[in-house]
Design a protein around this ligand. Structure first.
Ligand code: SIN
Length: 272
């Protein structure tokens, strides 16, 4: 397997591996190591049935139900993320780390491109190790003891905006969890910034108005171009990213075209 880094911070293409094959434990460990080293990895031209996709994902941990979208028939952990030709709203078009409002957020998200527009619909990724490491010593030590309330209610959930996505639980937007603002990655031991603009409501023990000035400063750091990598999808590209140390943003720049992705999330540990 070849590992081809895509930027000086994050992102790597992995070549010469067929994910539909029976992969050995050593191959899975090598893929996991590439993910730890590069935070976002992707594979082109993968031909996977839903069963093969599910089985591949399962090698990285317990699969997690996505609380706001139903899975495919027979494959409850594979959710479809679809924007049709007639829609203008797009899922995930904000900088975020997935489902930070859960006590145990997913450590890994996988996205498998089924239909993509000829151009547009890329996903941007940002390195939250770098966003943390470049802060001043003073701000790092102030953030070290802070926790934040992450809630599913920061952006509204309207079940009717996606015509083909099987949305559910829009009444559960009060789902929330308190997590450290700086989290230590449970496998690499490195520290990463863990607040994001669509899930973080406020610092624990403070009001949203008190929290927002510093949160907005931190969100601006997240979007620093030097911390980013842009994935251009092709049909049959499969990407995996590490939610413990990255954020991502689905570009919504392809109105009039259809994009359909199959998404799986893999459970992690409680952030600490
Ligand atoms: C997501 O936010 O999980 C989906 C990202 C994308 O569709 O590119």
């Amino acid at each position: 397997m070849q590992v081809l880094p895509q930027s000086s911070v994050l992102g790597a293409e992995l070549r010469d591996i067929d994910l539909s094959a029976e992969l050995s434990d050593a191959q899975i460990a090598a893929i996991n190591q590439a993910l730890l080293d590069h935070q976002v990895i992707f594979f082109r031209d993968q031909q996977l049935s839903p069963q093969q996709y599910n089985d591949f994902a399962r090698r990285f941990g317990q699969l997690q139900d996505y609380m706001f979208v139903d899975g495919l028939d027979g494959f409850p952990y594979i959710t479809e993320i679809i924007k049709t030709e007639n829609e203008t709203e797009s899922f995930g078009s904000f900088w975020h780390s997935d489902s930070a409002y859960l006590d145990i957020p997913p450590k890994i998200t996988m996205l498998y491109a089924r239909e993509v527009p000829e151009r547009g619909g890329d996903t941007l990724f940002a390195d939250m190790y770098a966003a943390y490491e470049d802060l001043s010593p003073g701000l790092k030590s102030s953030l070290e003891t802070l926790k934040a309330v992450n809630s599913a209610s920061v952006v509204s959930r309207d079940e009717d905006i996606y015509t083909e996505v099987k949305s559910k639980n829009s009444d559960k937007s009060d789902q929330s969890a308190v997590h450290p603002v700086i989290r230590r990655h449970d496998e690499t031991g490195r520290k990463a910034l863990y607040v994001n603009s669509i899930h973080t409501l406020r610092f624990d023990g403070m009001t949203r108005a008190e929290s927002l000035p510093l949160l907005q400063y931190l969100y601006a750091r997240v979007t620093h171009p030097e911390y980013s990598f842009r994935l251009r999808w092709q049909p049959d590209t499969l990407a995996m990213w590490d939610n413990r140390c990255t954020q991502h943003y689905a570009l919504n720049d392809y109105h009039g075209y259809r994009r359909a992705m199959h998404r799986i999330i893999v459970a992690g540990a409680k952030p600490c």
